[in-house]
Design a protein around this ligand. Structure first.
Ligand SMILES: C=C(O[C@@H]1C=C(C(=O)O)C=C[C@H]1O)C(=O)O
Length: 378
């Protein structure tokens, strides 16, 4: 099953009819067009799926058996919890001290003058549950935050056995295409929400005023504008940079909108492949950042920080950055979170930022106070 659920709308796909032919990421747009032409008139005219973080790894993209797009009644808002981990423990990989040391190493590289300006480093929280979570319920709880898009992706849609899933609640639009209109809404520069309203407002103000976060943000916006500019006749960010929030985080965000020069421009999947990974999840310059991530991170990102979305036979569709997610394999749940490092980043702050980014999923899973303190401290 594949589900994408956001304010008032849900796209739900079941079954697998045709899997996209594997190939180089640079050929994704062509392969997507071929698949949509080859299956025209048979089954839904849409492919759904995800791109993994690593550009060299195979995508998971397929034509489903059924596709249902429907309006949803206004969402309930609030928070909920599954109470799954009452007496279980949680492991942080790498440990906070090791993550902090990774950030130091990244800062040395940035200062080292090889051109690296930004790198996003991530870490994991691994939970061993007593039982496999109820996926429907987890998605429903994640969907209570009106500022996110909740998603569910079966990682082995054509195989039986123990389910392997990616579920999450992302605040970030990588790219959407509707006819000639293209949009992207990168987020970069973050601070955890405050517990009290006055503290919360103060944090938002501090984020907007932070030179380090503004630089981190600007790198991402410039990168996306540079890549989209050759394809667009009009392109800009009319609203400029502003604050975005989720139930647990403040972010700096910019909505970028453009008009494609030609109807033959890349499909939404092709645009996702062009932009991904942006400096919001990789770094800048892209290849240097990917090299640094491969050397400094010891875990596999899989689909975390990749892109999840859909594309139809007109090329339309939307792709979200696969953030705030958990990979679920039976009772084992792996959460991922990362933070952008630029000159001026403070290792301890990045530890706290990543801890806060785990919160939405940990709360939904109902991790009890003991492990929650371990992750939420600060
Ligand atoms: C990498 C993550 O988030 C990304 C990094 C951000 C930052 O460094 O400020 C902000 C939003 C996301 O683009 C994550 O949530 O794991």
């Amino acid at each position: 099953m594949f589900v994408l659920r956001r304010a008032g709308r849900e796209l739900c796909a079941t079954g697998l009819r045709h899997r996209l032919r594997p190939g180089e990421r640079a050929t994704l747009d062509r392969r997507v067009r071929e698949a949509l032409e080859g299956t025209a008139g048979q089954g839904p005219g849409t492919l759904v799926g995800a791109l993994p973080f690593e550009p060299g790894r195979p995508e998971l993209l397929y034509q489903p058996e059924q596709l249902l797009s429907r309006e949803l009644p206004p969402r309930e808002t609030g928070t909920g919890s599954m109470g799954l981990f009452s007496d279980r423990d949680l492991r942080e990989i790498p440990s906070r001290a090791e993550y902090s040391a990774m950030v130091e190493r990244a800062l040395s590289r940035i200062a080292g003058g090889n051109g690296l300006r930004k790198v996003v480093l991530s870490r994991q929280v691994v939970l061993e549950a007593a039982q496999q979570p109820d996926f429907e319920r987890l998605l429903a709880i994640l969907s209570l935050d009106p500022d996110i898009t909740a998603y569910r992706l079966d990682l082995q849609p054509d195989r039986g056995g123990e389910p392997r899933l990616l579920m999450g609640a992302t605040p970030e639009l990588l790219v959407s295409r509707s006819g000639r209109m293209v949009a992207s809404e990168p987020l970069a520069g973050s601070i955890p929400r405050g517990r009290e309203p006055a503290q919360d407002r103060e944090r938002a103000r501090a984020l907007m005023a932070s030179d380090k976060d503004r630089r981190e943000h600007a790198i991402t916006v410039e990168y996306i504008l540079d890549l989209l500019a050759p394809l667009c006749s009009e392109l800009g960010s009319p609203g400029g940079m502003g604050l975005r929030s989720t139930a647990t985080m403040w972010h700096l965000g910019t909505r970028i909108e453009g008009r494609l020069k030609s109807a033959d421009a890349p499909t939404s999947a092709g645009l996702a492949a062009l932009l991904h990974p942006t400096p919001a999840v990789g770094g800048h310059p892209r290849d240097r950042a990917l090299e640094a991530i491969r050397e400094l991170e010891s875990h596999d990102r899989g689909f975390y920080a990749g892109a999840v979305g859909h594309v139809d036979s007109h090329g339309d569709g939307e792709w979200y950055v696969a953030l705030r997610c958990a990979q679920i394999e039976g009772p084992r749940i792996t959460l991922h979170a990362g933070a952008g490092i630029v000159e001026g980043s403070v290792p301890d702050d990045e530890v706290h930022e990543t801890a806060a980014k785990f919160r939405a999923m940990l709360r939904a899973l109902g991790v009890t106070d003991k492990p929650r303190q371990a992750v939420e401290a600060g």
